[in-house]
Design a protein around this ligand. Sequence first.
Ligand SMILES: Cc1cc2nc3c(=O)[nH]c(=O)nc-3n(C[C@H](O)[C@H](O)[C@H](O)COP(=O)(O)OP(=O)(O)OC[C@H]3O[C@@H](n4cnc5c(N)ncnc54)[C@H](O)[C@@H]3O)c2cc1C
Length: 391
Amino acid sequence: MLTSLSTDVLIVGGGIAGLWLNARLRRDGYSTLLVENAALGGGQSLKSQGIIHGGTKYALQGVLTGSSEAIAEMPRRWRDAHAGYGDLDLSGVRLLSEAHYLWSPGTLAGNLTSFFASKAMRGRVDPVKGAELPPALQDPRFKGKVYRLAELVFDVPSLIARLADLAGDSLLAARRIEPLRDGDELVGLRVDERDIRAQRIVLSAGAGNAALLAALGVERPAQQLRPLHMVLAKGPALKPLYAHCMGAGPKPRITVTSHPAADGEWVWYLGGDLAEAEGVARDEAAQIDAARREVGELMPWIDQSRTRWATLRVDRAEPLQSGLVRPDNAFLAEQDRLLVGWPTKLALAPDFADRVLAALRRDAIRPSAPPPPAGLPRPALARPIWEEWLA
Ligand SMILES: Cc1cc2nc3c(=O)[nH]c(=O)nc-3n(C[C@H](O)[C@H](O)[C@H](O)COP(=O)(O)OP(=O)(O)OC[C@H]3O[C@@H](n4cnc5c(N)ncnc54)[C@H](O)[C@@H]3O)c2cc1C
């Protein structure tokens, strides 16, 4: 039997973008419903490396145009949230590392040194040595330079769980989503047996946005998918490391984050150039070989004999790149009641929410709908990818 609900903002997609936005709107007194058709965080968010970039990596690539980029603000905003006095109260969320590191293996150190001494970078990076080095690099054979970036690394499963708590009764598990119209006007969505009317509908469904837009008969904005072939490694010789290793080009050769497994060992999650174009073209065995070679070359003191390996393919979902898209800001497009976007980075979830809130304020959309009823079917939390792998 069909039932009717109304809400101020109906959000589709429970990754970081939808969940952060939902919590922000609720904090400001809006009534919200967030519908998720799989598991919370199970799209890109739980497959991300959890690094709260502040733009240093992009400054290195020469693409950051200045302090107007939202990304530069993100480490401070997340730090405040984690301390309990920011946009949201994320105190209690597990932080994997207080800092991310940039590491240059030997020969390139000269270039990096002059780059980091440059005016653009002053105050954002500090060189580290000896006992301050990340544990995985503390070996007498380590040559090269390491810089500490003021960028946090979050345990994303714990972050998603906290945002799901902040969602209260507003989460709804969905199987089928269809447009709900009054004449030609989109006024909400039919979610299974519920007609949900809303003042605004936000699509934050990651790679799912394209199909949702098609179902609504909306052509723009177009979406692009960027495939990645990530690598997972686990073994007794792996110690914590959160770092971009710089190669000859502007992109990190590898980016490593580390995640504690239940048995006390560490799982390394490897991305960067390794996971991009050539990595995508390799099959699993060849990608594992390439990763072993990189780790062997860069950290020859690591005994790999008891390391287990696996790979994971995932697409990054973004707006189709054009001259209009700023690389280091969240993207949001609007059409009447419908808003659709991609944060483009986990770190930019606060910027995504800012953009939605700015659109609501501009249109004088004020909280008016009743809170969601208790007892709606709730979507599950997705499992961490290393738990999935090791199960
Ligand atoms: C390998 C990798 C590493 C990354 N590392 C970093 C990093 O270190 N730092 C950083 O800032 N960013 C990183 N990113 C980018 C970051 O993960 C993404 O930008 C961010 O997670 C996107 O969040 P989202 O909420 O838009 O999408 P998603 O996390 O993909 O969530 C979308 C949600 O919508 C749901 N959904 C889809 N279709 C529907 C539908 N029809 N109805 C209802 N629900 C639907 C999905 O099930 C999913 O739960 C990384 C990305 C990848 C792939």
